[in-house]
Ligand binder design. Structure first.
Ligand code: 6PG
Length: 222
């Protein structure tokens, strides 16, 4: 897969996000953008950071986070600060999902309060997908998956055998509270899982399917 097509995809997504934010800011004082971590978003973050928007009226938060210090190379907050909150976008209000608490369970209440103070419904929620069909930190092998898919709480602490660190994730209920949803997925290894998820067959073990009923744009590059 050429790097160019991922960069072109990232630019197209940045244009769509900018258009959505402008549309919402025409009728509301502030707008919320929920982004995902991982490696796929980096060129998208860099493309969006350069767009001239009223960033001082825009809130940014994450769909999920690894419970690590922001200095860690595994931190999604670090990814956002280094690649999105630059240039014009540095004026945005970024609300991270970690606290000084030792564990996500101990930090959940504080993070929930932060989330509830944001300008919901979000203008857009941008979700990635792993090769196992996970999205945010809704993992098929997580013991908290059922809770994260059913609770009305805004965030859930997640422990997953397949992941080295504990995580915190926005719940499916909270992630659904958006005007628009987008899947931003790269990697040829995900083609078959994405096709299965989109096919509508009863692939309950694919958490991404929790978001396929809502109006959705899929930005995909192999
Ligand atoms: C995270 C993300 C996660 C990500 C997928 C895909 O914290 O890692 O929120 O859900 O979107 O794992 O990651 P890639 O796009 O890097 O493959």
């Amino acid at each position: 897969m050429s790097e160019l097509s991922r960069k072109r995809l990232a630019s197209q997504l940045a244009e769509a996000v900018a258009e959505a934010l402008r549309a919402d800011l025409a009728t509301q004082e502030r707008a919320l953008l929920v982004v995902s971590g991982g490696s796929t978003p980096v060129p998208f973050f860099e493309a969006l950071a350069a767009v001239d928007l009223p960033w001082e009226r825009i809130e940014v938060t994450l769909a999920d986070e690894r419970w690590v210090a922001e200095q860690s190379g595994d931190s999604n907050a670090r990814l956002v600060r280094e690649h999105l909150l630059q240039g014009p976008a540095a004026a945005a209000t970024f609300v991270p999902l970690t606290t000084d608490a030792m564990t996500p369970e101990q930090g959940t209440d504080e993070v929930a309060e932060r989330m509830l103070a944001l300008s919901w419904p979000a203008s857009m929620v941008i979700l990635g997908m792993g090769g196992d069909g996970h999205t945010a930190s809704l993992f098929p092998d997580s013991q908290e998956l059922g809770l994260a898919l059913s609770t009305a709480d805004p965030v859930v602490a997640v422990r997953t055998p397949s992941q080295p660190q504990p995580r915190i994730t926005l719940s499916a209920d909270r992630l659904h509270q958006a005007h628009r949803h987008v899947l931003h997925i790269t990697g040829g290894d995900k083609r078959s899982v994405l096709a299965r998820a989109l096919s509508g067959d009863d692939s309950r073990e694919l958490p991404i399917r929790a978001f396929l009923a809502c109006p959705l744009a899929v930005y995909w590059a192999p």
